[in-house]
Design a protein around this ligand. Structure first.
Ligand code: ASP
Length: 313
């Protein structure tokens, strides 16, 4: 059997050991493990990387600790507006949604946009109308109410800051990150990538981050790599992070590692863009670079041990 590989993230940010309880750490790790196993099952049975990416992300979206789906952060007007995107490396087909509410699994909506619509990117009410037509699952407001997230909103409102999700509460709040993502290589040699998020706490005016933008937060191309980003979206959009890494590989011949180092640890750092990403090339090599304190992450390759990490070391 050809080899397969999968990597996931559950957000990057100021994740400090000192502010983590053993119980919470265990919950995060269990959430990551369950998600990667749901993707791995599909890959080991010969399924597609696209389906594996969707399954792993659905599992993270259903988990209240991650900033996507059920655990999505609150907007300034106390709503949960979610963004998601997915891309297939073989065909360069992609689907994305932004500003959707009450959709249980936005990643499945993004995949449905890719497979069943004649468009790539749907927003707000139109995206929800399409979801209804395609019979995607909706959930009531209460399903998305997670107390910790609501408190984060109240805290952000106090200082009028737009914040990201995973952060030590003692820090300024400017550098919180969340979001979930997955990249995978299937036994047929095809790459796929997907990202799903609630965006940033206290976001206003229909703000859209990098996560649903093909080329910024998500990209997959069998000729180069599959990427899913997490971090301060405004910077990731301006640096076109995911596509930049792909271009450095495709046009300049950099390895996955060289391209990731250049973009995450040099370009983004010089720019002031905090965050990280998961990356995989067509040989199943994986890179998990981040310039923040930590990034929730996990990897599994065929025939190898599961790896789960949170902090830098
Ligand atoms: N990149 C996401 C956004 O800006 C946030 C995150 O990764 O936590 O919407």
């Amino acid at each position: 059997m050809n080899k397969f590989a999968i990597a996931i993230h559950g957000g990057a940010g100021t994740i400090l050991r000192s502010s983590m309880t053993a119980e919470k750490e265990l919950n995060y790790k269990k959430g990551l493990e369950d998600a990667i196993i749901s993707g791995e099952k599909i890959l080991s049975a010969g399924g597609s990387s696209l389906d594996a990416v969707e399954a792993a992300i659905r599992s993270l979206e259903d988990h209240p600790l991650f900033n996507a789906g059920r655990g999505a952060v609150f907007t300034n007007d106390e709503k949960n507006e979610m963004d998601a995107s997915i891309m297939e490396g073989k065909t360069l087909m992609a689907g994305a949604v932004t500003g959707v509410k009450n959709i249980k699994n936005p990643i499945s909506l993004a995949k449905t946009v890719m497979q069943e619509s004649e468009h790539v990117f749907l927003s707000g009410l139109g995206a929800m109308e399409f979801a209804e037509k395609m019979k995607l699952e909706f959930a009531p407001d209460e399903y998305f109410f997670v107390e910790q997230r609501y408190n984060q909103l109240l805290q952000a409102k106090e200082t009028d800051s737009i914040t990201m999700d995973h952060n030590d509460s003692k820090s300024t709040g400017k550098d919180k990150t969340g979001t979930v993502g997955c990249v995978a290589l299937d036994v047929h040699g095809n790459l796929a990538a997907g990202t799903s998020t609630g965006g940033m706490t206290n976001k206003k005016f229909g703000r859209v981050g990098d996560s649903p933008m093909i080329g910024a937060g998500t990209y997959a191309n069998n000729n180069s790599c599959a990427i899913s980003c997490t971090g301060h979206g405004e910077f990731f959009i301006r640096a076109v992070v995911a596509y930049d890494i792909s271009c450095l590989m495709e046009y300049k011949g950099l390895t996955l590692k060289q391209a990731c180092d250049l973009v995450v640890n040099k370009k983004l750092v010089a720019f002031g863009g905090e965050g990280g990403l998961i990356a995989m090339d067509a040989n199943g090599n994986i890179e998990l670079p981040f310039n923040s304190e930590g990034m929730y992450r996990a990897t599994k390759k065929s025939g190898e041990e599961l790896f789960i990490g949170i902090y830098r070391d």
